[in-house]
Structure formats: C-alpha cells, structure tokens
Write a protein that binds this ligand. Structure first.
Ligand SMILES: [Zn+2]
Length: 194
C-alpha cells in the first residue's frame, strides 16, 4: 500500500511493534497499514441426520463442500452465514453453535492475506435445496455415507460434518445482547456455562 486510504497522503515506513509498517505522516491522521485480512464462514446445516452440501464448479474442476462465503464488512457473522445458505441453496437455517475456527496466516506469496474461517452448525428451518447456478450447481441434503461418496468433497467440509453429526451441542453459542457486554456490531460467541 502506497497511499493513505483515509486522506491520500503518501505513506512512510515507521517502526511499530517490531516491524516497519506503512504509516500516514499527516497530522491528526495516524493511519497504519497492518496488512489485509478477510473473514469467511461455513455452515453444516442439519436436517435430522442429513447435511446440506453444494457442488461448486470452475473451468478447471468440480467439487463439493458445505455452503458459506465471505462476511461483509458491515454484517454480523451469523447474518452472513444465514444469507450465504439462502443465496446458495434457497434454504433457511438458524445458527445453533460454532464447531470450528480455522485461521490462515497470509504466508502464500501470491495470496498474502490472513483469513479467519468459522464453521457453524445450523438447523434447517424451511426450504428445499436448489442451486443458484452461479455459485452452486447442485444442492441437497446427504447422509454421511452419501457425502463420503461425493466426488471431490473438500477435506475440511468432511472433517466439519463428522464433528457436527457426532458431537453433542457443546459448541460456542451466540451470547444474547446485554448492556455493558457487547458494543454495536459485536457478535460474542462463547462456550455455554452448562
Ligand atoms: Zn492519512
């Protein structure tokens, strides 16, 4: 990054936290560039003992995975996952708990972006799966045995499905909004006390 995204001043390197970081020298601005990060979320949607899966496609390959996508900058993570599921499959689902978090450091030279990917367990509320034919090309509820037989099922999707089906409801829950606990925009996810 060469210019301040807040005021347009050319950035200069400044030592901060043990590293030289592009920093805005303009008086009263103080912007520091810490690198790029993105937030993703994935969904294991259960209908009894079946799980919602979609087929994705590019020119090079076809594979299956759990639905999900990127969280918009001004969107809560639970809104994001329910929106992605609805867009990709037409299914309405409700978050039950969080079953996994994957952090990816931005270590790949061609993709130096850190990412946090949170996998949630959700319950099917309404709707029969149908693909959107833009991001998903097939969509359906599958048993674990059927899922294992799908060509190119993503490794982390299968890993998450096994945990969502096999473990009791002891994942992190959405903490109800309480005065003094969360600020506007916060979604607090934590282990239940019981
Ligand atoms: Zn600036």
């Amino acid at each position: 990054m060469n210019f301040c995204p807040r005021c347009g001043t050319p950035l200069v390197p400044r030592l901060d936290g043990g590293r030289d970081r592009p920093t805005c020298p303009a008086e009263g601005c103080g912007y520091t560039y810490y690198g790029d990060a993105s937030i993703g979320t994935g969904a294991v949607v259960l209908r009894e003992d079946r799980v919602l899966l979609i087929q994705r496609k590019t020119a090079e390959r076809i594979w299956w995975q759990i639905p999900g996508g990127f969280v918009e900058i001004d969107e809560s993570i639970t809104e994001a996952i329910e929106r992605e599921i609805l867009e990709e499959t037409g299914v309405t689902a409700r978050v039950r708990d969080v079953i996994a978090i994957r952090h990816a450091a931005g270590v790949q030279p061609q993709w130096p972006i850190a990412n946090m990917y949170t996998i949630m367990r959700l319950d099917h509320v309404a709707g029969e799966p149908r693909p959107d034919l833009e991001e998903s090309f097939e969509a359906g509820f599958y048993s674990i045995d059927e899922a294992r037989g799908l060509q190119g099922l993503s490794g982390i999707s299968l890993w998450a499905i096994e945990r969502a089906l096999g473990l009791p409801n002891h994942g992190m829950r959405v903490e109800p909004i309480r005065e003094g606990l969360q600020r506007p925009g916060h979604t607090l996810l934590g282990l239940p006390l019981e």
